[in-house]
Design a protein around this ligand. Structure first.
Ligand code: ADP
Length: 295
């Protein structure tokens, strides 16, 4: 199973080019789509999810023309959007039953069994009678996954799922996602590099509507390995360093700025070589399009 995106472009009526000739092949397993806010991730996710049209290009899911044959895609799709509204007074069990009914599961006992198994799977069975409005952020996201899984989708899209989750909730969510990623295509759109590092076997980086990189995280790492140097400087020196070096990211640590620069040769001047990580890969690509980011 494969999702093939070819030459996809989208310009909004206000003139913003949200997608600029994107071509991507997404295989089975967890796929991380990384990009800063405004990169075009949601536009791409919503287009794949048949919720909006592109101006140009094509998307094919195992031979199905996604942009034309929307109904066939919807039957195979599970979608957890970025902002997903919940009816606060309805409990999880009733809501899932309702969603299953809408997705065409007419048999009541079949639905009951499905709802119970999904609630167990996302570890919400004991909270199934609680109103959705009382759920924590992590519980809401796990419920979101349960509703996306109704109907056994072969393509699952999750848009910025870990934003706002605390570390333990994030961990639970990671475990859940990696379980379902085994037999389906799961596209995880995020600006959090750690999400992709932990979960994804394949990835892409987009920024300002353009595809900057696609491949395996280790391919990305190989591109920057041996080229990353670090140095701690005073905040006031930053502008000068930006002029003299290719600064890819800066981090404030105990009042000092820890700089990371990319360089083919050792830059000297007190810089030390540093082991590259996926964040360096991300910032190396992003910094070619936008100003270095302080993290
Ligand atoms: P991301 O999900 O990566 O944050 P989006 O796809 O939401 O990015 O947005 C990409 C760009 O398109 C941004 O500049 C955003 O402001 C713009 N944009 C998104 N939706 C609309 C819309 N409905 N109308 C006009 N501009 C939009």
């Amino acid at each position: 199973m494969e999702l093939i995106i070819q030459n996809l472009s989208k310009t909004y009526s206000n003139g913003v080019k949200a997608l600029n000739d994107i071509s991507l092949t997404i295989p089975q397993g967890m796929f991380g789509l990384l990009g800063p806010n405004g990169a075009g991730k949601s536009t791409l996710m919503r287009t794949i999810a048949t919720l909006q049209d592109a101006d140009e290009g094509s998307i094919s899911l195992d031979g199905i023309d996604v942009l034309q044959d929307k109904q066939s895609v919807r039957e195979r799709l599970g979608y957890l959007p970025q902002d997903f509204g919940l009816y606060p007074r309805i409990n999880a069990e009733t809501m899932l039953d309702h969603i299953a009914q809408m997705k065409g599961i007419g048999n009541k006992s079949e639905r009951k069994e499905l709802v119970a198994s999904l609630l167990n799977r996302v570890n919400l069975y004991k909270d199934r009678k609680k109103g959705l409005g009382t759920y924590s952020g992590g519980m809401r996201q796990r419920f979101g996954i349960a509703q996306a899984l109704v109907g056994n989708p072969s393509l699952i899209i999750v848009d910025e799922p870990t934003a706002g989750l605390d570390p333990s909730e994030r961990n639970r969510f990671y475990n859940l996602l990696s379980e379902i990623g085994e037999n389906t295509i799961v596209i995880l759109s995020t600006h959090i590099v750690e999400d992709v590092n932990t979960l994804c076997s394949n990835m892409a980086i987009i920024c300002m509507g353009e595809l900057l990189m696609q491949g395996k995280p280790k391919d990305g790492l190989a591109m920057v390995q041996g080229k990353i140097y670090k140095k701690s400087i005073d905040k006031s020196e930053l502008d000068q360093y930006r002029q003299d070096y290719h600064v890819i990211s800066t981090k404030l640590i105990e009042g000092k700025l820890s700089l990371r620069v990319e360089s083919e040769a050792a830059p000297g001047n007190g810089f030390e070589p540093s082991q590259a990580d996926l964040e360096d890969v991300y910032f190396s690509f992003i910094s070619k399009k936008v100003d270095p980011i302080t993290i």
